[in-house]
Ligand binder design. Structure first.
Ligand code: ATP
Length: 241
């Protein structure tokens, strides 16, 4: 993999009042990489993603985040799609009062290749037949797992350069977890750069090229994902072995 970073985080600190959620972390995601950020509840993983996407008040955030060589300072969520950065938040964030099909179309709002957009909708309906069966149903009526699929498909409709995923396996049945991870692997194989936040460390490291372990706001370990899967400390603390 080419060693050019798409995302680079240096000395990131985030404090919520007196609580130091992120305590000065460095992390980078290179072109074409799938990087897993794992760690226990409250480690600061979601906060890190929120800092990247500019969804935290600036006064709470210190450090430098660059995306494709440019600072993310002052980035607003509605600019992210134009910059080819897509995020699937924890708890999904679909447009509940729009249909499934409308949600997918919203994902493509920066594109104007009508035929390509239609082909992509058809592709995602192929990947997730449940969404196809419910194409005209309001997204708010979908089950949690179905909303997760929709959120992922909608994010990919924007043809992102970098995809940020927060706990994509959360609340899914084992079969759907397999399905979502298959989609993540395929997306990565197609060349999209991915930063994957997951509590399911085993699945995440099996899919990833590299990983980072976060604990109480600091990065405690990083390396090749395959080596981390074999690391006794990772096994004991995160893989339940
Ligand atoms: P989880 O896997 O449980 O989602 P996480 O690693 O994503 O955990 P964060 O959600 O980033 O962890 O939370 C890190 C710390 O910051 C936690 O101690 C949490 O209680 C705290 N925190 C997060 N959001 C806020 C907030 N808005 N106000 C105050 N404290 C917060």
């Amino acid at each position: 993999l080419a060693n050019t970073n798409v995302l680079k985080i240096s000395g990131l600190k985030v404090a919520y009042g007196g609580i130091k959620a992120v305590k000065g972390i460095d992390l980078e995601v290179n072109q074409g990489e799938l990087v897993a950020l794992i760690g226990a509840n409250g480690a600061g993983k979601t906060t890190t993603l929120k800092a990247i996407t500019g969804t935290l008040p600036e006064c709470k955030v210190e450090g430098v985040i660059t995306y494709q060589g440019e600072s993310m300072k002052g980035a607003k969520s509605f600019h992210l799609v134009e910059r080819k950065l897509a995020m699937v938040p924890e708890g999904r964030g679909v447009f509940t009062r729009m249909t499934i099909e409308e949600n997918l179309m919203m994902g493509a709002f920066t594109r104007n290749d009508k035929a390509g957009i239609e082909a992509d909708v058809a592709k995602w309906f192929d990947v997730f037949p449940r969404l196809k069966e419910r194409a005209q149903q309001l997204a708010g009526t979908l089950s949690g797992g179905e909303q997760q699929m929709l959120a992922m498909a909608r994010a990919l409709m924007s043809h992102p350069k970098l995809l940020l995923l927060d706990e994509p396996s959360m609340g899914l049945s084992p079969i759907m977890v397999d399905k979502i991870f298959e989609v993540i692997r395929n997306v990565s194989a197609e060349g999209i750069t991915v930063l994957l936040v997951e509590q399911n460390a085993k699945l995440a490291l099996q899919a990833a090229h590299r990983g980072y372990v976060m604990d109480s706001g600091t990065i405690t370990m990083t390396g090749q994902a395959s080596a981390m899967l074999d690391d006794p400390r990772v096994k004991a603390a995160y893989l339940g072995e």
